[in-house]
Design a protein around this ligand. Sequence first.
Ligand code: SF4
Length: 347
Amino acid sequence: MYRRKDTRTVHVGNVAIGGQDRVVLQTMTKAPPKSETCIEEIRRYSEAGAELVRVAVNDAADARAIRTLKEETDTPLVADIHFDHRLALTAIESGVDKIRINPGNLNKAEHVRALAEAAKARNVPIRIGVNSGSLEKDLVKRYGRTKEAMVGSARRQAEMLESYGHEKIVVSLKASDVTLAVEANLLAAKTMPYPLHIGITEAGTYEQGTVQSSAGLGVMLFHGIGDTIRVSLTERREDELRIGRKLLSSFGLIKGPKLIACPTCGRLAYDMDPLVRRIEAYLEENPRPITVAIMGCAVNGPDEAKEADVGIAGGKESGLLFKKGEVVRRVPQDELYDTLVEAIENL
Ligand code: SF4
């Protein structure tokens, strides 16, 4: 595995995207900026690990409300704009940190020019957010809904922005078809210098969305592609961020805890599930870069989880505490959780 570091670096507020060995996690609020609950969402997501938060700007009131949001949070905000470039201009005046536009519905030269000039004057990056479902008609006619049409759409708008002097560009190429999204991003990574925001759009409910996002983003991350990610789920944003963090941690792209739990089998000697859930919750609250194992039996547990820094292998009346595959001591059943937490804290 390697990281694609030869992208440009773009600063969104105080967060750098691209040109580095790091992937920035982001999400989007459910409430629009003018809603009273928007700021509370931004704070919650920021606490849950979002380094950038995007808001949907539907009208002038939303674009103006960004000013109030900016007074109440340090988290960089991204305004998501479709169709009307004037909303983007107002969002920039309101102090937004980044704009996302869709080249499929905002592509008139004079509008893009006005936007490029205003964004450049305020040092505001623009994400060209291509979506396979809303591509320009001429590109679909020429290439169909393919990776070539998606990358062509991004390239055309990037060239327009650059011709008007704006170079702080991030590109995203999203599709609900995982294969298409992966192919488009592989092609963009080969042919464009811009940092890539990666995601699988309309990925769906918790299970479906997690599988689709893990499949698509996993392949991209493995190929070193992706400077910022959003896992899109229809459910709680905290879940998106949790899945995103776990995905990045699987590739060593952020340091965090790893919990190994055996799949259990006929040798399972105790009620393991509650212990796994409690330790998972503990590690969420205390995210140190350690590997913890919870295993179902003492016969194979310590050996199967040798790479864990610390672990428990449960038994009928008592279990074993082990470190790096070596048994430390026997622990009564009802003390397994406390003993494991103590061992983690003493690592
Ligand atoms: S650790 Fe024990 S219970 Fe768990 S899968 Fe291995 S053999 Fe089965």
